[in-house]
Design a protein around this ligand. Structure first.
Ligand SMILES: Nc1ncnc2c1ncn2[C@@H]1O[C@H](COP(=O)(O)OP(=O)(O)OP(=O)(O)O)[C@@H](O)[C@H]1O
Length: 311
């Protein structure tokens, strides 16, 4: 049965170095959670603790409120950073072995494998040795290995790294099937564009500490100033002189600018009165100078937000 996975106050040091600092976040049922951070930020360490490969110094990981046991973890699916399949074995043999290890019947395993390799686009390669496949296809096989026993939770360390855009879409469709049946999915990535496009929830980690966690759209709203785009007929340079306006990008008649609204106001909602008044004031000023062809709020990309929270 799918549940909520909760990491609560996890700490872990290696030697004198604190790799995780009071790490707390949830991975909710049926949601795809992107775990983003630079190299060495602590993503792999946190994932290993979830899977019990590594122990935390303090803090807890719970599944539906219960402390994790070996039995819970047996029903999780994990794609480790170091990958885990044998190069010399065929994909089908390895997946069969893993499925049987997890207690599935031979018939169920065979059915699952056929479905998975087909959907992952490696159906025709399933009887080849792993090492004979391209790196992208090897990665698809690793993902199949995490899924073959119909896990209740999926934890994937960099599942999209090294995949071409078509493979990203293929893998994504398979992960979406999992969330559709209620499975919580946690995946780590450096590829912010991928995370931005794909995830429902987002956890940003920097130097072992959680910098932001929550719904993607809410994070966008909470971590950014009200940002607007305007297109006029003439040059939009006059915007630079407007009170409360910070021009982010100016290219002749087109400009992107932030409005100086308090962060607390902004977190409370974009429609707050102060921001509403200011954006209309800028629009009126623009109209007084000539035709306005476009005016409206723009959502900054996650990459921009990430730069902001990682400062
Ligand atoms: N077994 C270990 N022994 C010593 N230090 C470790 C060990 N595992 C991780 N670390 C250190 O802990 C910190 C976090 O590493 P971790 O691998 O969790 O980061 P990451 O976010 O997964 O980065 P990457 O994307 O590069 O794998 C790093 O400074 C790393 O060097």
């Amino acid at each position: 049965m799918t549940q909520l996975l909760r990491l609560d106050g996890l700490n872990r040091a290696f030697g004198g170095r604190q790799a995780l600092k009071d790490v707390t976040f949830d991975v909710a049922p049926g949601r795809l959670t992107g775990f983003v951070g630079a190299n060495g930020a602590g993503k792999t360490t946190a994932m290993r603790i979830i899977l019990g490969v590594l122990a935390a110094d303090s803090g807890s990981v719970t599944w539906g409120g219960a402390h994790l046991t070996r039995e819970h973890r047996r029903r999780f699916g994990y794609m480790p950073e170091e990958r885990g399949l044998y190069p010399k074995m065929t994909i089908r043999d390895q997946l069969t072995y893993l499925g049987r290890l997890h207690g599935l019947t031979a018939g169920a395993v065979a059915r699952n494998i056929t479905g998975l390799v087909d959907r992952l686009g490696i159906g025709e390669r399933a009887d080849e040795q792993l090492e004979k496949l391209s790196l992208g296809n090897q990665q698809r096989a690793q993902i199949a290995a995490a899924l073959v026993h119909e896990p209740e939770l999926l934890v994937l360390d960099e599942p999209f790294s090294g995949l071409d855009p078509i493979a990203v879409d293929t893998v994504m469709a398979v992960l979406r099937e999992q969330t559709a049946r209620g499975v919580p999915v946690l995946f780590s990535s450096h590829q912010l564009d991928v995370v931005e496009r794909l995830c429902d929830d987002l956890v940003v980690i920097g130097d072992g500490a959680i910098l932001a966690a929550g719904r993607r759209d809410e994070l966008r709203a909470a971590f950014t100033l009200p940002r607007y785009e305007i297109r006029v007929d003439g040059d939009a340079g006059w915007l630079r002189d407007q009170p409360g306006v910070t021009v982010v990008d100016l290219d002749g008649p087109r400009a992107v600018f932030d409005l100086a609204a308090g962060r607390e106001n902004e977190a409370a909602g974009r429609e707050n009165e102060a921001a509403g008044t200011e954006d209309q004031a800028v629009l009126r000023e623009a109209l007084a100078r000539g035709p306005v062809r476009a005016f409206g709020p723009v959502a900054p990309s996650l990459a921009e937000i990430f730069r902001e929270v990682a400062r």
